[in-house]
Design a protein around this ligand. Structure first.
Ligand code: HGY
Ligand code: MN
Ligand code: MN
Length: 436
């Protein structure tokens, strides 16, 4: 009788606590990503895309990009994903869920890089996304939601693939030149997309439950504060312009110093004044001139024309606009005093600042805590495809430390342990969102 009463009590207790127990003891809670597989794939992907002098050069739409994409698609197929390329050139890999009509949980990043870039920016998130699929395959685990891995095309050229993904790629930006030398439209064609059909791309808003992106921090905060994981709260907006300074090319030996209309000298003043304009605000806004061409480009000719890039970033669009007006005013004064003309052309490649979804931030924090990892909630000063996705679907980002805070450089590095931590948090966050 006593035994019977005890069993009944135990059964009631079990039923009452089954929800809690299933959380704690669910087998998927202990699924492990493979640190070695992730490291090996980072190494393998780094072999694709070098220029003639051996620099890392897997810029979007280049031969190296094509080869890297082919390698990656091979891995995706081998992991059981149904792989296709959308009209914007993004690589899509689908995996069915228990409920075929459920909304997709989407995750991924990019594998293109800046000229002479690093092997971790974008690659960690792409390989981390694939790692999630590998682990689910190994355990024959079927999620409730269908899953979709997305490797966005040309992230480094202005988040082109993710703009296209939600039908936000302007006709003007398709005509801009990419780092590969090809026009963006031609580049999209080269990687298997179709820029003439972008309006036919599926509108993801109704089809996606969430977008998650694992990425390296690209700054030095996590390393300095000894945190394992960054939980991104928001991503800066970015605007890009082409700036042209028109002076007059003339003989460098016969034109007196006080009679020159030297476009490069005016450009040099403008570069200093961009720095001053950006610094005249409170906050973490940044401005950069990272490319400059002086024409005709000879030691014995006064430069007649300079073309350079201008990029401004902040979490507030209003501040970006205000900084640009400030720079335009300073440019007009420099032009007036140097006998040059200075103009700015917006490249329509910008992205707006976006906040990450609070529920997804919570899910990332809970996953990190369950895995025994420390975290920090932080903004992202780098642009990401997640900010395009955030406009149509609840989105979140997971950061891991970057050694020395170095990025957009071949010296970029994150440890195998940190990459595995990030992939583990990505996996557990996806599994948690899948239960909602
Ligand atoms: O430029 C950026 O912020 C990013 O890495 N694409
Ligand atoms: Mn980058
Ligand atoms: Mn990136």
């Amino acid at each position: 009788m006593d035994t019977c009463r005890f069993s009944l009590f135990a059964l009631i207790w079990l039923l009452a606590h089954s929800a809690v127990l299933s959380q704690v003891a669910s087998p998927e809670g202990s699924f492990q990503v493979s640190k070695d597989r992730i490291s090996h794939r980072i190494e393998a992907l780094s072999k694709f895309g070098h220029d003639s002098i051996g620099r890392n050069y897997r810029v979007a739409y280049s031969q190296g990009d094509l080869e890297g994409r082919a390698y990656f698609m091979g891995l995706m197929k081998a992991a059981g994903l149904e792989v296709s390329i959308d009209y914007a050139g993004n690589i899509i890999g689908k995996r069915a869920g228990k409920f075929p009509s459920g909304k997709y949980i989407t995750f991924g990043s990019h594998i293109d890089m800046v000229p002479n870039g690093g092997n971790y920016d974008g690659c960690v998130g792409s390989i981390g996304a694939l790692e999630v699929i590998e682990v689910l395959q190994e355990h024959h685990y079927l999620t409730n939601h269908p899953l979709e891995v997305i490797i966005f095309s040309n992230e480094e050229g202005g988040e082109i693939g993710s703009h296209g993904f939600h039908r936000n790629l302007s006709a003007a930006s398709l005509k801009e030149k990419s780092n590969s030398g090809l026009l963006i439209a031609d580049g999209i064609r080269r990687v298997g997309g179709n820029p003439d059909s972008l309006e036919r791309i599926h509108n993801p808003a109704g089809e996606l439950a969430a977008y998650l992106e694992l990425h390296i921090e690209q700054g030095g905060i996590l390393e300095k504060e000894k945190r394992d994981i960054g939980v991104v709260e928001g991503i800066v907006g970015i605007e890009e312009w082409e700036c042209t300074v028109e002076g007059m090319a003339n003989h460098a030996g016969t034109t007196p110093m006080n009679q020159r209309q030297d476009a490069l000298l005016a450009a040099a003043r403008l570069i200093i004044s961009v720095h001053e304009a950006v610094n005249s605000y409170q906050g973490r806004q940044v401005g950069n001139i990272g490319r400059i061409t002086a024409l005709p480009g000879a030691p014995n000719v006064v430069p007649g024309r300079v073309i350079m890039s201008l990029e401004l970033r902040d979490l507030s669009k209003a501040k970006i606009d205000s900084m640009f007006q400030n720079i335009e005013t300073r440019a007009a004064a420099i032009a007036g005093s140097s006998g040059t003309r200075i103009s700015f052309r917006n490249l329509n490649l910008g992205s707006t600042p976006e906040l990450m979804n609070p529920d997804i931030q919570q899910a990332i924090m809970a996953s990190a805590t369950r895995l025994g990892l420390s975290y920090k909630v932080m903004p992202s000063g780098a642009g990401h495809d997640a900010q395009e996705m955030a406009q149509v679907v609840p989105s979140g980002m997971i950061f891991i430390p970057s050694q020395g805070g170095i990025s957009h450089s071949p010296r970029e590095y994150s440890t195998p342990g940190d990459m595995a931590n990030g992939a583990g948090v990505l996996l557990q966050t996806i599994l948690a969102l899948d239960k909602k």
